[in-house]
Design a protein around this ligand. Structure first.
Ligand code: IDP
Ligand code: MG
Length: 153
């Protein structure tokens, strides 16, 4: 099964959306394999958002992502990276489809509620960036045979 990283951004924390967002992932059938609260540093964010360092909004993005502690989550499931990206919606919340997290909870391009890894390769890099190995847990959920057919899980 794939693993992916979600970050509940300061915009989610400030707007009391933590339970709602986690509930969506739980209800979908994604397995929570790791979860913790942390304050992000500028150096960690510069690594995480390396593809954006030259953008005019980068300083604003750093300020936004350090405004409050965040919650980082490791979600597990078949095709988890694509499933979670689809649930996340387009980067600009105003363009994100209704039914997605950004589409339902946001009005902003920057303050867009959550981060979700965009590829299997990046998911593994990002999980190692935000979690120690012993903070991600291997276990078999009791309801697994009702989440997947035997040939899927
Ligand atoms: P993603 O989060 O949908 O993968 P990225 O292009 O990787 O989008 O951008 C990372 C984050 O940078 C976005 O989630 C958003 O918070 C912020 N961001 C991206 N583009 C803009 C912009 O044009 N203005 C302001 N913030 C932006
Ligand atoms: Mg991205």
């Amino acid at each position: 099964m794939e693993r992916t990283l979600v970050i509940l951004k300061p915009s989610a924390m400030a707007r009391n959306l933590v339970g709602n967002i986690i509930t969506r992932f739980e209800q979908k059938g994604l397995i929570i394999a790791g979860m913790k609260m942390m304050t992000l540093t500028e150096s960690l964010l510069t690594e995480h958002y390396a593809h954006l360092v030259d953008k005019p909004f980068f300083k604003s993005l750093l300020a936004s992502m350090t405004a409050l502690p965040v919650i980082v989550v490791c979600l597990k499931g078949k095709d988890a990276v694509a499933v979670v990206r689809a649930m996340t919606g387009a980067t600009n919340s105003r363009n994100a489809a209704p039914g997605t997290i950004r589409g339902d909870f946001g009005m902003s391009g920057q303050e867009n509620i959550i981060h979700a890894s965009d590829s299997v390769e990046n998911a593994e890099i990002e999980l190692q960036r935000f979690f120690r190995a012993d903070e991600i847990f291997e276990f078999t959920p009791a309801n697994l045979k009702f989440l997947y057919a035997p040939n899927e899980a």
